[in-house]
Design a protein around this ligand. Structure first.
Ligand code: FAD
Ligand code: NA7
Length: 453
């Protein structure tokens, strides 16, 4: 009997797992029977943009948190697949910070080549999971949303690749129920056009606050205020943008801050992060963690220590993304295929503790980059995933942080060199701040063609 592998989610992590098995198959290995369940009608996870908010066509909570004018927030050279380069996909150099449709196209290119679509059941939600001690299998209740049918299937391994930037963390502030303007979470933000000429308050001091802030500036907000709880982002903000300490309460349309200042706003966006939420998993199988670089209870950041047949992909906070999901998926594949033997539970916990201790001593962003670089290296070195010069990737990440600090409005015009191919990125034909069209077609145009047009 072939092993049966269930994968929940066909975002970059789930697709990495499919690709990992495909690549083994292409090398002549026998691979298990695999089924991937995806609740959306297409693959790509967050990169599959939706205009919808709230619930989808079939009443499921909307997964997407990406917005229309999203451009990569880090250099593409840091996330490049080692087995499918940007050169291979685009056939020519492109810039270092492409817009969402361009990265979506790149993600799709690799899996289209492999025909992995056949493994995926779209419009299918994982509803509930149970582990059966007698059969040592997972029993998964699934809902075929389009046909309104529920059914159950059994799997030897279950791979959770359902992401963790989808369920908002939504705090309460006194008086907010009387605020007359728009209140939303970053999860529901779809474009800053609505903030033209408005005074916008963003709560939070991480990626979402930073990027929704500069998006709002770019699209003509009258003013943008970022309110931080622990530390300010600390950029040299352009005129019209500023950071203030934490919001304490509202009085009507007036927001009060902990430094005693107050101001009137038209809209509030909670850029307050996300919850790791797995409504289809029972207590004893559920990963319970905040957003951090090394969640407890998962060995090598992947195997649920209480039951290593349960595998979590992409659950860390992320400097590394696509290539980190790849090394996790390759490692998981090799364990499933019996090429890598897992140690016993206590040994695994010791290893987890070692990483948790290392994580606890991270003080700066540079420390965090080095930490995640070491983590990716550890997994990468144990499989046949093509080698990446991770020290050079770490240098690029640090350069990226530096470039952002130097000019938060223009860092996306910077270019870097691919660690995989040595290709220098091209300068995009239009500076990011002036580029109001993020479509694939516009992006791929060369400057002279634009001039002719
Ligand atoms: P996801 O992309 O979230 O995919 C999970 C998939 O699981 C989805 O398709 C979902 O529909 C499916 N799913 C969920 N629940 C179920 C269920 N019960 N049953 C069936 N299917 C289910 N990373 C970068 O590298 N660069 C960026 O510029 C960048 N920008 C970002 C901007 C935003 C606003 C956000 C939120 C994230 C950004 N990221 C970025 C990080 C992002 O997390 C990763 O790039 C990547 O999408 C994570 O992939 P994933 O497969 O782990 O999760
Ligand atoms: P993050 O990176 O998890 O950051 C969440 C932010 O929200 C962080 O600054 C928190 O402040 C802040 N926060 C959380 N709760 C509160 C409350 N109650 N009050 C005030 N501030 C709060 O989430 P992001 O959405 O920015 O980024 C997630 C992904 O999206 C990322 O990978 C990007 O690529 C895009 P803290 O510092 O903890 O005090």
């Amino acid at each position: 009997m072939k092993l049966r592998i269930g994968i929940i989610g066909a975002g970059p992590s789930g697709l990495a797992q499919l690709r990992a098995f495909k690549s083994a198959e292409m090398k002549g290995e026998d691979i298990p029977e695999i089924v991937c369940f995806e609740k959306q009608s297409d693959w790509g996870g967050l990169w599959n943009y939706t205009w919808r908010t709230g619930v989808g066509k079939y009443g499921e909570p909307i997964h997407g948190s990406m917005y229309r004018y999203l451009w990569s927030n880090g250099p593409k050279e840091c996330l490049e697949f080692a087995d499918y380069t940007f050169d291979e996909h685009f056939g020519r150099p492109i810039s270092s910070y492409p817009p969402r449709p361009v990265l979506f196209d790149y993600i799709q290119g690799r899996v289209e080549k492999d025909n992995v679509r056949d493994y995926i059941r779209f419009n299918t939600t994982a509803r509930w999971v149970e582990y059966k001690e007698d059969t040592k299998q997972f029993s998964v209740v699934l809902e075929d949303l389009a046909n309104n049918k529920t059914y159950t299937e059994e799997f030897d391994y279950l791979i959770v690749a359902s992401g963790h930037f989808s369920t908002p963390n939504m705090p309460y502030f006194e008086g907010i129920e009387e605020f007359p303007g728009l209140i939303m979470h970053a999860h529901d933000f779809r474009g800053a056009d609505i903030f033209k000429d408005k005074d916008v308050l963003l709560i939070g001091s991480s990626y979402s606050a930073e990027d929704i802030g500069v998006q709002s500036y770019k699209h003509g907000a009258n003013s943008v205020t970022l309110s931080y709880r622990s530390n300010p982002i600390g950029m040299d903000w352009p005129e019209g943008m500023k950071e203030v300490p934490l919001l304490t309460h509202f009085e009507g349309e007036i927001a009060h801050f902990s430094d005693g200042t107050r101001e009137r706003y038209d809209a509030v966006v909670m850029c307050t992060g996300y919850q790791h939420k797995f409504p289809y998993l029972p207590d004893e199988l559920r990963l319970k963690t905040k957003n951090c670089l090394y969640p407890d209870k998962i060995y090598k950041g992947v195997f649920f220590n209480d039951l290593p047949q349960l595998i979590y992909l992409g659950m860390q906070d992320q400097y590394y993304t696509f290539n980190m999901f790849d090394v996790q998926a390759w490692y998981a594949r090799d364990v499933i295929q019996g090429k890598i033997q897992l140690p016993g539970k206590e040994e695994r916990q010791k290893d987890i503790n070692l990483w948790l201790n290392k994580a606890a001593s991270n003080c700066t962003h540079d420390d965090e980059i080095d930490f995640q670089t070491e983590y990716v290296r550890e997994l990468m070195n144990q499989t046949d995933y093509p080698e990446i010069d991770l020290d050079r990737v770490a240098v690029l990440f640090k350069q990226w942080l530096h470039d952002k600090e130097e000019d938060i409005l223009r860092y996306r015009d910077r270019t870097y060199t691919s660690v995989m191919t040595g290709t220098n990125a091209e300068q995009h034909h239009t500076p990011w701040l002036e580029e109001m069209d993020d479509s694939f077609e516009r992006y791929m145009q060369k400057a002279p063609e634009l001039e002719q047009a």
